[in-house]
Write a protein that binds this ligand. Structure first.
Ligand code: NDP
Length: 398
């Protein structure tokens, strides 16, 4: 029985709140706070159980500390934007509560995501006797737990990891993003980067691709090599690792739109003078694009996210693939959201449950692959994200 404060009221938050509200024996009291209180109230109105809502600017640390102290939660779940991570961690330290998020900190003025800023909180969380769980979404999040699970139960040594994220869903719009458009476009337009033998190797954005016949007849999209934040923590925490890469599927129409938007300057993140006002083109574009939270009723199809892992078992080379399939329409029926928000929100809820039930405990800052995968994997099966392990590769990625 514990109180939890959830910050942010977007697509992912809607799922976290639904899932926590459905488990009152763990989440006995819930407060949902965000920049726009009406969005919190709209989510609260979908629930069969009352929760508290509040307005808060999470970048205003004293305001947030006051809110945390007045409500008195054991844990803060941060499902606002990556820009808020450090401010929310500061507030948690000051108020003496545990912290969990789904995406690592990004400075607003540089499209760069690295763990160094959040890892720098290690001693402060340790000394305060508090736990900070970083990246409890699907990727990062479940993908890291998948790798740790393969290491624990299938291989003696992991040598290579290829994380593959396929969204074969169709929302019917010529161009829309499935989660926050600003964060999504910053991520996709960045250079590709993978880790090999202790070095980071860079590739031009979206320049390396493969055709992928996704198991279980989900789709046959192109998948593109990208940088993704869990590569950094997996490289640090998985012993014997020789290479880690991340691949994501994109449709041709999405890429064509992105190319044109980039060519005309609409994905820029620096300030531009427009009619006497300073605007950031990518933020303006965000205002024009469909709200990801509104895609739920119209998105059809499935997601397939998994890890292809190679390594040694009893001296023999082995390959295992561990994956989840999620259906957009089934997610919508359950929690009124599409599968991208669902596959992020459910792991955030399970991560929070692990901390509150003390199945995960410790002091300091933790990435997901550092924690026991077994209770988390069990809950993925129980709460909507069942997974499978198969032996042998599903794709030759060279
Ligand atoms: P949305 O843009 O839909 O929601 C973000 C919410 O945060 C909005 O309600 C917004 O308020 C609120 N917010 C923004 N700034 C502040 C602030 N200063 N104070 C309080 N609230 C604030 O994003 P998503 O739900 O799509 O994504 C949420 C998080 O999940 C992001 O960090 C994203 O990167 C991460 N994510 C992680 C994935 C994973 O697998 N690990 C996958 C997908 C997303 P307002 O409503 O006023 O704009």
């Amino acid at each position: 029985m514990a109180k939890v404060l959830i910050i942010g009221a977007g697509g992912v938050s809607g799922v976290v709140v639904h899932k926590c509200a459905a488990l009152p024996e763990v989440f006995s009291e819930i407060m949902l706070a965000s920049r726009t209180k009406e969005k919190c109230d709209a989510i609260a109105a979908q629930l069969s159980r009352p929760i508290q809502t509040a307005q808060v600017d999470a970048d205003n640390v004293p305001e947030l500390v006051a809110l945390i102290k007045s409500f008195g939660p054991e844990l803060v779940i941060n499902v606002a934007l990556p820009y808020q991570d450090l401010h929310i961690m500061d507030a948690c330290l000051e108020a003496g509560v545990h912290y969990l998020d789904t995406a690592n900190y990004e400075p607003p003025d540089t499209a760069k995501f690295e763990y160094k800023w959040q890892w720098a909180y290690q001693d402060r969380f340790k000394n305060a006797g508090l736990m900070a769980v970083l990246g409890s979404g699907f990727d990062p999040g479940v993908t890291s737990v998948f790798c740790h699970y393969i290491q624990k139960h299938y291989l003696d040594e992991i040598h290579t990891i290829d994380i593959i994220d396929v969204n074969a869903g169709d929302h019917g719009y010529p161009f829309a993003t499935n989660f926050n458009p600003e964060i999504n476009i910053r991520e996709v337009t960045a250079k590709g980067r993978y880790w090999q033998e202790g070095e980071w190797i860079e590739t031009a954005p979206l320049s390396v691709k493969h055709r992928f016949e996704v198991p279980e007849n989900i789709a046959t999209p192109n998948i593109y090599l990208m940088y993704h934040e869990e590569l950094e923590s997996l490289a640090k925490h998985i012993p014997h690792l020789k290479r880690a890469r991340f691949w994501m599927s994109f449709g041709d129409s999405y890429l064509k739109h992105l190319e044109v938007l980039g060519n005309v300057g609409m994905t820029r993140i620096d300030e531009v003078e427009f009619q006497g006002q300073k605007i950031i083109p990518l933020q303006f574009l965000r205002a024009l694009l469909p709200d990801p939270a509104s895609l739920g009723p119209r998105t059809k199809g499935k997601t397939w996210i998994g890890c292809q892992v190679t390594g040694l078992k009893d001296g023999e080379q082995k390959t295992y693939v561990i994956y989840n399939i999620c259906d957009h329409q089934e997610c919508y029926r359950e929690v009124q959201s599409q599968a991208i928000s669902y596959t992020t929100g459910v792991p955030a809820f399970i991560g929070a449950k692990m901390v509150l039930e003390q199945k995960w405990s410790g002091t300091g800052v933790f990435n997901m692959e550092q924690l026991d995968p077994d209770p988390f994997m069990e809950d993925l099966n129980s709460y909507g994200l069942p997974w499978k392990v198969v032996e042998g590769p599903v794709i030759d990625l060279g």
